[in-house]
Design a protein around this ligand. Structure first.
Ligand code: NAP
Ligand code: GDD
Length: 320
């Protein structure tokens, strides 16, 4: 039975990847940082099938100790300070976790067992003020937030450890992926939750920022399969993962509200508080390499994703 160690197990992607790896017969070790109240909401249903260990990307010793103890053959580094607006309020913390945290994990691998295969959760946010449309593995980076800058560091240190120490280290450059398990502050979940609150009479409006921003949105459950595939290849490489389609925040609102018989124009209020100091206006992937080499295709369409999220939040609000 192969062992996989996942940082970020309590996050959206951690929960879907753990489900996938359990199905594939892995022993799954999930790393969670200590907090005064446990936040296992997304992995409650998995607790009998995984081992949760305490550790933190800010603490080198904890990473060394867990690799020594559990001897994984694959490490998926999903942990990060991942919310872009927070990265302007806490830029140094974001750099310490999202950038230097990658080096700490790579150092732990180098010292404990350089044969461990390593996946780094890189991001389309690295393309920022895009230098090319659509964006591929060859597109130069131009990050627009401290988060994006930190992810560029994480990407290049992964490439550097591959080239310097011959570690099987891959960087998955994933475009936005969402689900009913998405954090409530990200725009898609904020909209699906807002629609459900309005529909169930708990709220009268939904306050949002830039409705013109465009993203290449897919379903997180599909994207974790691509992560796994990257570590099963003969050689380590970098891959762009996305749908190849782009949609605006406004389009997301239109579909989400109309799915429950409402018109978004009557409820969405634009609020400058949610505008960013520097915006990423347009992201759209060119996933040709991933489709060809990994034979990976997204299964859930944009409309199915929006309606899945709205249905889940409406059901949740109807119960509570
Ligand atoms: P998420 O839901 O925000 O989860 C982030 C995870 O990181 C949580 O489990 C969090 O733990 C953990 N974490 C944060 N700081 C940590 C630290 N110092 N030590 C250990 N764990 C820590 O993010 P996600 O959407 O699942 O994304 C997974 C990864 O993919 C992230 O690296 C993200 O930046 C990247 N990414 C995401 C997308 C996307 O669209 N979702 C696209 C591209 C790349 P707590 O629960 O304790 O906070
Ligand atoms: N969060 C949020 N809240 N975003 C809003 C709002 C709002 O009220 N109104 C408009 N937006 C716009 C943002 O300005 C941005 O252009 C877009 O919606 C998407 O914002 P988020 O959902 O917060 O995601 P993100 O694209 O900034 O970052 C996500 O995707 C990255 C991959 O491209 C995160 O998951 C990152 O961790 C990930 O790397």
């Amino acid at each position: 039975m192969p062992t996989a160690l996942l940082t970020g197990i309590t996050g959206q992607d951690g929960s879907y990847l753990a489900e996938l790896l359990i199905k594939k017969g892995y022993r799954v070790i999930g790393v969670a940082r200590r907090s005064s109240t446990v936040n296992y909401e997304r992995i409650h249903h998995l607790l009998d099938d995984i081992t949760v260990v305490q550790g933190d990307l800010q603490d080198q010793g904890s990473l060394l100790a867990m690799l020594e103890e559990y001897k994984p053959s694959e490490v998926y580094n999903l942990a990060a300070q991942s919310f872009v607006p927070t990265s302007w309020n806490q830029p140094a913390l974001t750099g310490d976790i999202t950038a230097l945290g990658v080096t700490r994990m790579l150092e732990a691998i180098r010292f404990v067992n350089p044969k461990i295969r390593f996946y780094q959760a890189s991001s389309s946010e690295m393309f920022g003020k895009v230098m090319e449309v659509p964006q591929s593995e060859e597109t130069p980076f131009y990050p627009r937030s401290p988060y994006g800058v930190a992810k560029v560091y994480g990407h290049w240190i992964t490439v550097n450890y591959r080239e310097s120490f011959d570690i099987f280290a891959v960087s998955g450059i994933l475009f936005n992926h969402e689900s009913p398990r998405r954090g409530l502050e990200f725009v898609t979940r904020k909209i699906s939750d807002g629609v459900a609150r309005i529909k169930t009479g708990k709220a009268k409006e939904l306050r949002l920022g830039n409705l013109e921003a465009q993203r290449d949105w897919g379903f997180a459950g599909d994207y974790v399969e691509a992560m796994w595939l990257m570590l099963q290849q003969d050689k380590p490489d970098d891959y762009v993962v996305g749908t190849g389609e782009t949609h605006s925040v406004k389009e997301f609102c239109e579909i989400a509200f109309s799915h429950v018989g409402l018109d978004y124009k009557e409820f969405v209020v634009m609020d400058e508080k949610f505008y960013r100091p520097a915006e990423v206006d347009l992201l759209i992937s060119n996933p040709a390499k991933t489709r060809k080499q990994l034979k990976w295709e997204p299964q859930v369409s944009f409309k199915e994703l929006v309606t899945m999220m709205v249905d889940a939040d409406v059901a949740r609000h109807q119960k509570s």
